[in-house]
Write a protein that binds this ligand. Structure first.
Ligand code: SAH
Length: 204
């Protein structure tokens, strides 16, 4: 599947029915999701691999990984309602993803799920709850040797310091995340947030 085809397929997916600000529920728009996925695919981190999407929401990254030929995909989210939408989205595109409703802050989670080849994630940036992204990074590093995550632009220094001794940033790709007016505190119809896709490689 080509990048454009993937983007067009992901464009068809439904977003959150009742987005919750406290969980920073913003669906990754198809162009950015396709970019992360295709990049990971070209790095041979998707096809034939076991993939886990942490904070999968309505499933855009998980479903895209399945469409790109992942051996298996597991999506994890704390929100049952989001997982329900993700299930429907998965069926719509004929993808294959197993969804688990769980909290990534639960430190027993990595031991309860199997390990994976690759984690993909667009975690909360910590705009509503400070440091909301940290448990995602911790869980990812315990779960897979390679992680692709979407972070606020300018996060590199923080991520480097936070993962020191545990992982290194092996790649950085720029991008933009258009946030549509979703919550009452939003003042613009669409706001573009500069983001970066980081590939983290776990240290042995
Ligand atoms: N990955 C999806 C959703 C991004 S929004 C996409 O790219 O479109 C962030 C997601 O993280 C939301 O679905 C939210 O429900 C989930 N989330 C927030 N805190 C969580 C936690 N502690 N454990 C698991 N999921 C969580």
């Amino acid at each position: 599947m080509r990048l454009k085809q993937l983007e067009m397929a992901l464009q068809r997916l439904d977003g959150f029915t009742h987005p919750r600000p406290s969980l920073e529920q913003y669906q990754t728009q198809a162009p950015l999701a396709a970019r992360l996925l295709y990049h990971a695919f070209m790095k041979r981190d998707i096809e034939g691999k076991t993939v886990c999407d942490l904070g999968c929401g309505t499933g855009v990254l998980a479903i895209g990984a399945s469409l790109l030929g992942a051996a298996s995909v597991t999506g994890i989210d704390i929100d049952r309602l989001a997982a329900d939408v993700a299930e429907r989205n998965t069926a719509l595109l004929g993808a294959c993803v197993e969804y688990i409703v769980a909290d990534v802050r639960d430190i027993t989670l990595p031991d309860r799920i199997s390990t994976f080849d690759t984690v993909i994630m667009n975690p909360p940036f910590g705009a509503q709850k400070a440091h909301a992204d940290r448990p995602f990074i911790d869980c990812a590093l315990r779960t897979a040797p390679v992680t692709y995550g979407i972070f606020n632009a300018g996060s590199v220094q923080f991520i480097e310091a936070y993962t020191k001794g545990r992982a290194e940033i092996s790649e950085k790709i720029g991008g933009a995340l258009p946030i549509k007016r979703t919550f009452s505190f939003h003042t613009q119809d669409v706001r573009e947030i500069e983001v970066e896709i980081l590939r983290l490689t776990r240290k042995q």
